[in-house]
Write a protein that binds this ligand. Sequence first.
Ligand SMILES: [Zn+2]
Length: 117
Amino acid sequence: MTHVDLDDMQALLVAEKDQLEEELASHGRKTGGDWQGSSTEVKASSADFTEIADQIEELATNVPIVEELEKRYREVTAALKRIDDGNYGKCEVCGKEIPADRLEANPAATTCIEHAE
Ligand SMILES: [Zn+2]
């Protein structure tokens, strides 16, 4: 079996993490440790109905985007932690090595093909 190069995987994961942070910052704001979908701040006193409607629409668009991004962000940071811990590349269900081509397709994969959701 071909083994993945951990340094390569780490570089891919770090690059993805940076990109996700950037996207999260453009779609949401960080409150505490969590990201939340945000919209342009509209002052209630000066807002007319259209502005408020726009703001609600923006929020409705951003919230699911941020949820997706944050989910992926967690997967990526968890994978980086597994590299640090020396557990990277093992299926979390059966403990077998995850095939290199699967990890190359998704460096944050946590299971072998057999145990993929
Ligand atoms: Zn497995």
